[in-house]
Design a protein around this ligand. Structure first.
Ligand SMILES: *Cc1c(COP(=O)(O)O)cnc(C)c1O
Length: 464
């Protein structure tokens, strides 16, 4: 399969190249030239498969000109064997046709493990074959960093440097990163905020001279392989409630439009999905774009759902590329204007977006209220991100006869503040993390200075 850039100017790449590349050279994002489409019979025939077997069916068309079936099977099996639930992504029923899809049974208790556990293995496999070494650099406000570190800790050909804002991530999140004592893992605690961390990563991608010829790789959701792995659980959830014979709806708490974009792709690939709800917190650029045709940046607000605190949703561009009939020049023009001004879509294009997505923005008060309400109704404890999804689902639902599945993106133990504000008791850490607060930590505090960070990285990479 070939991958093309949303801005039409970068060369087409194969899977291996896309996996290692991150952003396209024209500033766009890579998408498959053509999606595999499955028939209803084919999807129905997958009903009895394990999660790993299903993942193989869905992922192999995206990678099979680069990775053999046998190698892919091993990597997928190992990835999902490491999850702490036999169903990998179990569904819980909250009420009639109201479900949550628990995506937090991976090692770091957030849905990012689904993709990053596989990504680390894929990268190592491809690097081994090519005889290359990769330096990963990423900025995190919490979940991405821990999931990426867990995903790469065993990679022989990867060094990973994760920047987090000093004293501004929760203690659980920090410890999930800093207690991984592998030789290829480096936590940089930057004396700045998350935007400073992100700026350093961007500047380093733009000018990689400090790496003396080594390549820099990305682990955020601009990396296509992350989106690819996330398509699988839409299929598994649908099959679990009677799909594909029955249509389903999904509500997805999202910031960067990554997870919901995977749902959109599942639909394009033949899965009967009647509704996709985009759920945001007060950082609501997606809601304003979808409901009001207003794509404009606004001031970042810190919320109780920090993993969705974002000003610009990178993956929205991937969906707009389809909406603009894959016209790279039009997307390039739109995104260039968006850098400096507010933009809106042509009315006919916006109409298409509205046919595909509903959206709703939820503030902190409503988030806590939803955690409290759902707990009172069912005894089930939601994390704040998932609560936003459930609230948006309840507000936007179009057909009560269709199962509405909210993606539960994190375990509530990761975000105790919201649970406590909802006047409930924060849950205990799961068994594989009970000694988290006693484990040794390793991190380096660096001043908010690009050359200091780059010097640290160039001194600590270990190409073999
Ligand atoms: C990363 C994250 C999200 C948002 O994911 P997108 O890729 O922006 O869709 C939502 N919830 C949690 C818990 C996360 O860690």
């Amino acid at each position: 399969m070939k991958y093309i850039s949303t801005r039409g100017q970068a060369p087409a790449l194969n899977f291996e190249e896309v996996l290692l590349a991150g952003l396209a050279s024209d500033g766009g994002l890579y998408v498959p030239e053509q999606l595999p489409v499955f028939t209803q019979e084919e999807i129905a025939s997958w009903a009895g498969l394990s999660y790993a077997e299903l993942a193989f069916k869905i992922i192999s068309p995206f990678v099979n000109d680069c990775i053999s079936d046998a190698d892919l099977k091993v990597m997928i099996d190992e990835t999902y064997a490491g999850f702490n639930h036999s169903a990998v992504a179990p569904l819980k029923e909250l009420g009639t046709n109201e479900w949550v899809l628990e995506l937090f049974h991976g090692p770091t208790l957030a849905f990012k493990d689904f993709a990053l556990q596989l990504l680390g293995r894929l990268m190592d496999h491809v690097l081994e074959k090519r005889g290359e070494h990769l330096v990963i650099m990423g900025a995190t406000s919490g979940d991405t960093g821990s999931a990426a570190i867990e995903g790469c800790r065993h990679s022989k050909h990867v060094d990973i440097f994760i920047l987090h804002p000093h004293n501004r991530v929760s203690e659980v999140q920090r410890r999930q990163m800093t207690t991984i004592l592998a030789d290829n893992v480096f936590n940089i605690s930057l004396e700045g905020n998350f935007d400073d961390c992100q700026e350093m990563v961007k500047a380093s991608f733009a000018d990689q001279g400090f790496l003396k010829g080594m390549k820099l790789g990305a682990v955020n959701s601009i990396n296509w392989a992350r989106i690819m792995a996330q398509i699988v659980y839409y299929f598994s959830a649908s099959l679990a409630v009677g799909g594909p014979h029955r249509t389903v709806a999904f509500s997805v708490p999202t910031g960067n439009f990554g997870d919901i974009f995977a749902g959109y792709l599942a639909k394009q690939m033949g899965l009967p999905i009647s509704q996709l709800v985009v759920a945001t917190n007060r950082n609501d650029i997606l809601h304003r774009a979808i409901a009001g045709n207003d794509m404009s940046k606004s001031q970042l607000v810190h919320t109780l759902s920090p993993s969705m605190d974002i000003m610009v949703s990178s993956n929205f561009e991937r969906m707009l590329f389809d909406i603009y009939d894959r016209d790279g020049a039009a997307i390039s023009d739109l995104m260039n204007r968006f850098r400096t001004e507010s933009v809106s879509l042509d009315p006919a294009r916006w109409e298409k977006v509205r046919e595909l997505f509903d959206s709703f923005a939820v503030d902190d008060d409503a988030t806590c209220q939803t955690i409290a309400d759902v707990h009172a109704e069912t005894g089930y404890l939601l994390d704040p991100h998932t609560a936003i999804g459930v609230k948006a689902a309840r507000e936007c639902i179009r057909d009560k006869a269709v199962p509405m599945i909210t993606l539960a993106t994190a375990h509530p133990v990761k975000f105790p503040d919201a649970v406590i504000k909802a006047e409930l008791t924060a849950p205990a850490l799961p068994t594989h993390l009970t000694d988290l607060f006693e484990r040794e930590e390793r991190l380096t505090v660096l001043e908010n200075d690009l050359s200091a960070v780059q010097k640290f990285i160039s001194e600590h990479v270990h190409p073999e």
